[in-house]
Design a protein around this ligand. Structure first.
Ligand code: ATP
Ligand code: MG
Length: 358
């Protein structure tokens, strides 16, 4: 793999449904910026989709293509970033197994995002062995690329902390990096893995249209990239505004923590003056109904989505998306085979050379 001297980025999505505006503000917007200056690898975590839908392989396969289309629609450029499928990259699976040995079982199970996901998805008493294993797999997704930066939403920060711990432990156990070495010196001191950093977007946790949970593909509370202006208006129309039966002359709640509508105002209305004006009038109850604010937010969201929907049309053909994935997988395999060889050498596991081709 040619060395470019640029910093590496790894991030991605689980193909559990179409991408939504939470992905845009939490991670994808940053990906579109960073692809200009970094070596970017964007993963479709199709194996992780099996944690909850092992009985629906055909749907997952279709969702892989849809997630890629949505990312391209949002501005990811396949000539600048490699977009690839997790299951086509064998080094990730091998590193998952190895890293599972470096993490105490209780440490994995204590992960607050894992606990939240089990609760929110109603899986507490009945989840596969693979469900917690996916958090270990995610450490391998990142470290297989020796990534420096990981653009993600807030919910992923605990996963990234786990990744940082694995990298430190591996470098100390197998590469002779001293115990107290600062994170930024690990590679210079002989470590295989840089200690990666989370790069959380401006809005790390966009609330869903249910007004309670994080906007999520799996929860049916999302405004999708492909939603028409009518669908956007309808979804926003239902959002709870923090007070029951508010009248236009009632003082309204403008704290985004308490009124999800105002998180949308602050996130999607571009003009700071307009945001300030809406906040002021709404807080005083200056003859401003919820409907007026919802319509303004809906217009802004649809204006954001319109060029994405236009761009998405270029990628309607499955063959075009498959070609992009094929190219991306080749690049991902080259990068990760190099890492795997380094890791195997360090851990005395390198017996023979190998080449993986697709
Ligand atoms: P699922 O319900 O299947 O977990 P998801 O909507 O959480 O789906 P992921 O594929 O898990 O989507 O997340 C992809 C990326 O988007 C991650 O970096 C995640 O942090 C970010 N992200 C997802 N939802 C939001 C949100 N509501 N606000 C900000 N960032 C988000
Ligand atoms: Mg998620």
């Amino acid at each position: 793999m040619a060395e470019t001297g640029r910093r590496r980025v790894l991030t991605g999505d689980t193909p559990t449904g179409s991408l939504h505006i939470g992905h845009w503000v939490g991670s994808v917007k940053r990906r579109v910026e960073i692809q200009e200056t970094h070596d970017c690898f964007f993963l479709v975590a199709n194996l992780h989709a099996f944690t909850t839908r092992a009985d629906k392989p055909e749907e997952i396969r279709q969702d892989c293509l849809e997630v890629v289309r949505d990312g391209l629609a949002m501005g990811i450029d396949p000539n600048k970033a490699a977009i690839f499928l997790q299951t086509e990259v064998p080094a990730i699976m091998q590193l998952t197994y190895l890293f599972a040995m470096l993490l105490p079982y209780n440490r994995v199970m204590r992960n607050p995002t894992l606990k939240d996901e089990l609760t929110v998805k109603g899986l507490e008493d009945n989840y596969s062995f693979g469900f917690p294993l996916y958090t270990v797999g995610q450490t391998a997704d990142i470290l297989a690329f020796r990534a420096h930066e990981v653009p993600v939403g807030e919910d992923q920060v605990p996963h990234l902390e786990l990744t940082r711990e694995v990298a430190r432990r591996f470098n100390k156990m197998y590469c002779g990096v001293p115990d107290k070495a600062p994170d930024e010196d690990h590679v210079e001191l002989g470590g295989v893995f840089p200690i990666p950093e989370a790069d959380v977007g401006r809005v790390g946790r966009l609330i869903g249209t249910d007004g309670v949970q994080k906007m999520s593909k799996s929860l049916g509370n999302a405004i999708q990239i492909t939603d028409t202006p009518k669908q956007v208006r309808k979804k926003l129309g239902k959002i709870y505004v923090g007070i029951d039966n508010r009248q236009p002359t009632d003082p309204g709640e403008v704290d985004p923590e308490k009124n999800p509508l105002f998180q949308y105002v602050e996130t999607f209305i571009e003009s700071p003056d307009e945001v300030a004006d809406l906040r002021d009038r709404y807080a005083r109850g200056d003859n401003i109904g919820d409907g007026v604010v919802k319509v303004r937010v809906a217009e802004s969201i649809s204006a954001l989505l319109e060029p994405m929907q236009e761009r998405r049309k270029q990628y309607e053909s499955d063959d075009v998306v498959m070609d992009i994935l094929h190219e991306g997988c080749k690049k991902a395999i080259a990068a990760t085979e190099e890492t795997l060889e380094m890791a195997k050498k360090a851990a005395s596991l390198q017996f023979f050379d190998r080449t993986v081709t697709i």
